[in-house]
Write a protein that binds this ligand. Structure first.
Ligand code: GSH
Length: 323
């Protein structure tokens, strides 16, 4: 675990000294957008036209943020148009690596050993955390984006003319409702589990814990009244929640001390997570081996023995009651 400072790798854990023990996630810095005609998106430069074979996605199968992009790549029929490299689940003193003995696919673009080399190829004096996912442009030889919430929106519509797939997970008429629910889910659930797990004071942990379970209670109630988070159709808000829920009982409940109850104990969420898991092809994007290994083996300040628990045994493919 570490970061780049002026292009040099430094092995260091998150610093929570200035925030009373609370974990604060650094904002992603690389924010260009792929668009159908190459015009500039909501931020960054123009010139990133949607083209088959031009872009490469670096992901971890363990990471909930990268998982969103894998789901959108799959659902939006982009697999044959956007290639990928998968990092090893072990994120140790050099950060994310491409060690094929440890479950990485290897870096199929450059043959690098470490993800930080991709960041310094993009900018030799880069300073910041080396996170996944990363979307790379093979033509301009640079990073398009390292922000998953924006990558999934590019995938949602940017390539529609190439794939012919026009499913829309961020429909115009629902934008506002989606943003409201995203905010609740991001702060308290997606990032909330990390705020529990990476807190370094009792108070910061307890704050995050209560916010997390209050928000889970809220979404459980919403899902008792309607099929999906913003109505009767699935949207990006559901996929953004799903990648945290599917990791909850295997990792966050134990490793991050999010243990008021298991996800399996919520009447609606337990069925909802199964429905999304069983969505055509989505189960192929879920890899529990990478998920468990990454968290329990990499976060040695939380789990110094690096022992990866054997359980829990949960069958996400058993029938759900959603209709
Ligand atoms: N805002 C980013 C966050 C990505 C992120 O934090 N990824 C984690 C993996 S789950 C990571 O790479 N962490 C490495 C680090 O913080 O040094 C996104 O959503 O794309």
């Amino acid at each position: 675990m570490g970061l780049l400072i002026n292009g040099q790798w430094h092995d260091q854990w998150y610093d929570t000294k200035d925030s009373g023990g609370a974990f604060q996630r650094e904002a992603a810095q690389l924010r260009n957008w792929i668009t159908a005609d190459g015009s500039a998106g909501a931020s960054g430069n123009s010139g990133f036209n949607a083209e088959s074979g031009r872009y490469h996605l670096y992901v971890s199968l363990a990471c909930p943020w990268a998982h969103r992009t894998l789901i959108f790549r799959k659902l939006k029929k982009l697999e044959q148009h956007i290639s990928i490299s998968v990092v090893s689940p072990d994120m140790l003193d050099q950060g994310w690596s491409f060690n094929t003995d440890e479950g990485s696919s290897g870096d199929s673009l450059f043959g690098y050993q470490f993800m930080h080399q991709v960041y310094t190829r993009n900018k030799s004096d880069y300073s910041g955390r080396v996170t996944v996912p990363v979307l790379w442009d093979k033509q301009q030889n640079c990073i398009v984006s390292n922000e998953s919430s924006e990558i999934i929106r590019m995938f949602n519509t940017g390539f529609d003319e190439i794939t012919g797939d026009t499913q829309d997970f961020f429909p115009k008429e629902k934008k506002q409702n989606i943003e409201v629910i995203n905010q609740l889910v991001y702060e308290n659930i997606n990032n909330g589990v990390y705020r529990c797990g990476f807190a370094t004071t009792q108070e910061a942990y307890e704050d995050a814990y209560h916010q997390l379970f209050d928000a889970l209670d809220q979404v459980d109630i919403i899902l008792g009244n309607q099929r999906y988070l913003v109505g009767e159709k699935i949207t990006e808000a559901d996929w953004r929640l799903f990648t945290t829920l599917i990791r909850f009982d295997s990792v966050y409940h134990g490793h991050f001390k999010c243990n008021r109850q298991r996800l399996e104990d919520f009447p609606n969420l337990r069925n909802y997570v199964r429905e999304l898991y069983q969505w055509p092809e989505v189960a192929e994007t879920v890899n529990f081996q990478h998920i468990k290994r990454h968290y329990y083996f990499s976060h040695t300040s939380i789990n110094p023995t690096q022992i990866v628990p054997v359980g829990p045994e949960i069958d996400y493919s058993r029938p759900h009651t959603r209709k």
